[in-house]
Design a protein around this ligand. Structure first.
Ligand code: HEM
Length: 132
């Protein structure tokens, strides 16, 4: 892309608003449900507190992304309560798409229903329970 192309103030403001909403609405939703489960299941609070205490204040991303309890809590929350319940609408390209046994024709629009997938008993044992 040509770096000299001018971008209007309107477009910059529009992008800024989109990123603010994309980042805050989603993260806020995950934190809401995560805190709900921490309150509901106090032993999870203890596990998380112990894990975070053992970091001695080293909360760099590289360290945090390796903490098993923290990451299990986040992933389990997002499995049961994905902020975008159905997202990722995509049009299949000109060669079509093989998904397991199913061939999807070119031009078909497919979606990823995250909320439903996250609760499928065929994919998860006791799918509706919070089991980080
Ligand atoms: C738990 C937190 C988040 C979740 C669950 C989430 C989920 C998603 C999903 C599913 C998409 C793909 C939508 C699609 O193309 O069909 C997406 C795109 C995007 N997200 Fe997030 N997001 C999160 C946090 C953030 C944060 C923190 C930011 C920015 C600070 C952000 C910015 C964006 C942007 C800019 C896109 C569009 C990317 C593109 O199409 O080029 N998101 N997000």
């Amino acid at each position: 892309m040509d770096s000299d192309v001018a971008i209007s103030q309107d477009k910059i403001e529009g992008d800024a608003i989109a990123v603010i909403i994309a980042g805050s609405d989603t993260s806020g939703c995950v934190l809401l449900f995560l805190f709900y489960y921490l309150v509901k299941i106090p032993s999870l609070q203890d596990d998380l507190r112990n894990e975070l205490s053992a970091t001695n204040g080293d909360w760099h991303a590289e360290r945090l992304e390796k903490l098993p309890v923290l990451n299990a809590l986040i992933k389990e929350t997002m499995r049961l309560f994905p902020p975008l319940a159905t997202s990722g609408l995509r049009t299949v390209g000109p060669s079509g798409l093989q998904l397991g046994d199913v061939y999807v024709l070119p031009g078909i629009i497919i979606a990823m229903p995250m909320y439903s997938f996250g609760r499928l008993e065929s994919c998860y044992e006791r799918a509706s329970e919070f089991l980080p």
